[in-house]
Design a protein. Structure first.
Length: 125
């Protein structure tokens, strides 16, 4: 871990806060706080850019998995402008996590996310 490790943890915290925001106005603000205006998000199911499209992907995840929250899995590792981390989608009902993944984020000079490359490690059948 570099002396700069706080910037990666802060960026990932903002990222997960956005993913855990359900109310539309608050979600728009959270996405704007986490991503650059032209930020991009890609995973096996999505390839979008810009705050509106990113917020739409997050809102769709909450529709598909109501009552779930995204949680950091393990620690955040980063170097230069890039960080990687694991996450899981945990149900508030019983703590089970049917979905888990691994994301790589690239930050700009202000520590906002320019791009996310997401991978799904565990998905429901």
């Amino acid at each position: 871990m570099s002396a700069n490790s706080d910037r990666y943890e802060t960026a990932v915290t903002r990222y997960l806060e956005a993913w855990n925001t359900r109310e539309p106005d608050a979600l728009a603000k959270a996405v704007a706080a986490a991503w650059t205006a032209d930020g991009r998000y890609t995973d096996p199911l999505a390839d979008v850019s810009g705050h509106e499209q990113i917020a739409a992907v997050i809102a769709a995840a909450h529709e598909q998995f109501p009552g779930f929250a995204f949680r950091l899995l393990g620690t955040v590792d980063g170097h230069h402008d890039t960080a990687r981390f694991g996450w899981e989608l945990v149900t508030e009902a019983d703590g089970s996590a049917p979905v888990a993944g691994f994301d790589v984020v690239v930050l700009d000079a202000e520590d906002r996310i320019r791009s996310v490359h997401g991978f799904l490690d565990r998905v429901p059948a």
